[in-house]
Design a protein around this ligand. Sequence first.
Ligand code: F0G
Length: 456
Amino acid sequence: MPPPSTSALGVRPADFRFRCIGCGDLTDSASRDFRCMKCTDLLEITYHCWKETKPDAETLKAMWRNRRLSSSPVDLSGVWRFRELLPSLDDARLVVTLREGNTPLYELSHCARITGVPRLFAKHQGLNPTGSFKDCGMTVAATFARRAGFRWVACASTGNTSASMAAYAARGGMRSLVLVPEGKISWSKLSQALDYGAVTCQLRTDFDGCLRLLQELVQRAPVYQLNSINPFRLEGQKTIALELLEQLDWHPPDHIIVPGGNLGNSSAIGKALLEMRDIGLISRLPRLSVIQAEGANALVRTLREAHGQRLISVQAETRATAIRIGSPASWKKAAHVLDATGGACEQVSELEIAQAKAEIGVEGIGCEPASAVTLAGLKKLVKQKVVKPDESVVLILTGNLLKDPDYTIEFHRGELFKSSAEESARAALESLRRAPVVLDATLDAVMRTLEQAEKS
Ligand code: F0G
């Protein structure tokens, strides 16, 4: 039996409420689809108790640091360690955890030279238990699914959410249903969901179609929805920012850059920054910027063409499958945090993504294509002087290099960009390519290869 938690659990369930981001309506419980029953906008979690007794910043910092010495599962989780800022529980045994979070913050010296930004870091969320940042949100949402007594949980996914949900459902003794677009997600992600026991449906539609169907399903069947529309997911993902700031000794970086798909993660990180500022954990806000693929640029267009007043949906197309999303559910929340922190929203091309991914690989870290938009976007923001060379920047690498091996192999074999229009672009990537060579099994052949590599 694991030893009991070293310290009391934080906020009582009665101390948080759901608030509609549209009409502001406050409720103690949420509908099945996590939409406002009055105006159908999304819900967020608020902590009204903080109005009367604000948590004390210095006490929190010391408590969170001390928990690192504990061996109880809730303290070993890089999410529940920060439970005072989460919708916590009164019984630690209910927590479904795989020891998520606790991800490293790396200096990126090679990418720093390329971008001309010496203080450049990456927080690698791809090193979570199932290979993506989703685990940070899933531990909280799965815990609340179990607490509410659900037998089934479900999600629509471009890959990472499905693997994460299936793992946490399995750990929590629940069944899981995965809806993924047929042929549009990586085998490595699908194989995780299968091994963790999910019932997996490959639907002949895109991610947006899967999500629409899920929303209808939860109205008809007793199934708990675990997409990032579920505000418990976002509460868990807030800890990505909390842990980052703790790693920086609570000195905020100037910029944090995240990829944008369904826009839950940017919303969560932004919410965390605003709460940290309000509580006094940090004295100023970093600017939070969101980067999308050109072919899946709904937020970019929404902000540029509709000034954030209405969503401009797009027919999404990109090889960065994780962010192949045309109608991001959390666009309003993301637009709000970009505005509140003074961040930017940019788009990058397929070629820029591939190049950035290989450059992050050169650091010995690697990431999946969707995560590489952050470095590609940073290059653009530096050119636009939105990011200045003397400022500090943190890229949130959201997923693991092993997610999309086909993409990586095609890149190194020079097969990723096939059309002749991309000929000149292909040349730019040449120096980063390391195609595997097939040789006779002789010492000579290997020695020759080594000599050639030394010269190149
Ligand atoms: N990066 C990775 C690796 C992702 O898997 C996702 C989303 C994102 C970025 C975008 O985050 O949606 O919060 O803006 N993946 C989803 C999935 C949607 O189903 O796994 P977002």
